[in-house]
Design a protein around this ligand. Structure first.
Ligand code: UDP
Length: 403
């Protein structure tokens, strides 16, 4: 039609890789299914934040490497006072900048894939309406990209929709007062490629240039190749005697790890890779995965039917993923490389098929498309509500001054 395309703005923040990956997955699915009727923009709000928050990627990288700091910050910012102080800071720069952004871009929908963007975005959207006497309400949705344990600020009663990946996160949302019409559970958004997987493992292995008939273990440490990847690879290689198995190690953006692994002599078949863009193929070609407990990698592994051996996690937001994987019967956890290797070898002697079936049952490769369909429906269903100046200004002034 000749209608102007609807504009969707997806807000993320570069702290860790997962949020951006989910934003990209949504954008890809929007474009695949809605093509020219939609214009999707992904925006990193980090540069919009007032100092010191515009450097929060640095703090995040630092804190995640020093778990006691991260645990403290995470717990404190989840308390009522922590939330207040945090948002007072945020307000300094972010709310006004977001307001300007919304004014300039005039989106038909704003989507957040980050735990700290609900309050400032909703405040900016409200402030904009007050300022402009705008009868149009811009709908706002959250897509939660943590799997089990997560930050309280993911959930804000002011959102139109909040998409959650699991029962655990839905219950958290309910405890924060969101209604059942706000909370929608489809699954974690993963790239559309994971819903179009090849079923012929042998042909896929051939195409990827790896051995066809061997027990194949994939090792990853998230997008940044974190954790005991090398030690685990060595432990497993020691046990794969006489070349009976093969190990695919994906180091992500960790170039040092690639170099270090390439220098070693292996007794089994070890394939060392840097950052790959066809993770869905490497997963489909493998028999099981050893990984950090990242939500993206877990959701993708399930979609590919891979049993999951967890060997590392980021404290707080990834900690709950460990009991989740174990209780659902799709894997195990150990931080001892030797134990990781022996557990995986035991799986090959029996049990792999049962876990694979369970993993496929839990995988939700269609989630991304379902979320995108719901978001388009949200744009269409949002009514032009007349603006009531008194009420709006009052409930705003309690939290955020309107300029
Ligand atoms: N990933 C990728 N190529 C790589 C390494 C990782 O595409 O070489 C992707 C992986 O498929 C997943 C994401 O990076 O989508 C990692 O997200 P996760 O939530 O597991 O961990 P994070 O790195 O965000 O801590």
């Amino acid at each position: 039609s000749a209608e102007a395309p609807m504009k969707v703005l997806i807000l993320y923040k570069t702290t860790g890789g997962g949020h951006k990956a989910s934003a990209q997955a949504l954008k890809d699915a929007f474009e695949l299914n809605y093509g020219r009727n939609l214009e999707v923009t992904m925006l990193d709000v980090l540069p919009l934040c007032a100092p010191p928050f515009n450097k929060s990627d640095m703090y995040y990288d630092f804190m995640v490497k020093h778990p006691f700091l991260w645990r403290g910050a995470f717990a404190w910012s989840s308390t009522k006072w922590g939330e207040r102080v945090g948002f007072a800071w945020y307000k300094v720069g972010l709310v006004d900048n977001l307001k300007k952004l919304f004014l300039q871009t005039s989106p038909d929908l704003v989507v957040s894939v980050h735990p700290l963007l609900q309050v400032p975005s909703l405040a900016a959207l409200k402030a904009l309406r007050v300022q402009q006497h705008e009868p149009r309400r811009i709908p706002f949705a959250t897509v939660v990209t943590d799997y089990t344990t997560c930050h309280a600020t993911w959930f804000d009663k002011g959102v139109d929709k909040c998409f959650v990946p699991t029962v655990e996160t839905r219950e958290f949302g309910e405890r924060r007062g969101l209604t059942s019409s706000q909370l929608v559970m489809h699954g974690l958004p993963i790239r559309p490629a994971f819903s179009m997987l090849s079923s012929n493992k042998s042909r896929l292995r051939q195409r990827l240039g790896i051995k066809r008939g061997l027990n194949t273990v994939l090792i990853v440490g998230g997008g940044d190749g974190m954790g005991p990847v090398e030690e685990t690879c060595v432990a497993l290689d020691n046990r794969f005697e006489g070349g009976e198995g093969q190990i695919i190690v994906i180091c992500g953006r960790n170039k040092k790890l690639v170099k270090s692994l390439q220098k070693r002599k292996w007794s089994s078949n070890v394939v060392v890779l840097g950052f790959v863009s066809n993770m869905h193929e490497w997963m489909s070609a493998s028999d099981c995965i050893i990984t950090k407990a990242g939500p993206g990698t877990i959701a993708e592994s399930l979609a590919c039917g891979l049993p999951i051996m967890l060997n590392n996690f980021i404290p707080c937001q990834e900690a709950g993923n460990i009991p989740w994987v174990i209780d659902n019967g799709v894997g195990d956890y150990s931080n001892e490389p030797d134990e990781v290797a022996s557990t995986v070898l035991a799986w090959f002697r029996g049990g792999l098929r049962k876990m694979r079936k369970k993993a496929l049952g839990l995988g939700r490769p269609e989630a991304t498309f379902q979320i995108v369909d719901d978001l388009v429906a949200l744009i269409k269903d949002t009514k032009w509500e007349p603006f009531k100046s008194g009420i709006m200004a009052k409930d705003l002034s309690s939290k955020f001054a309107v300029t």
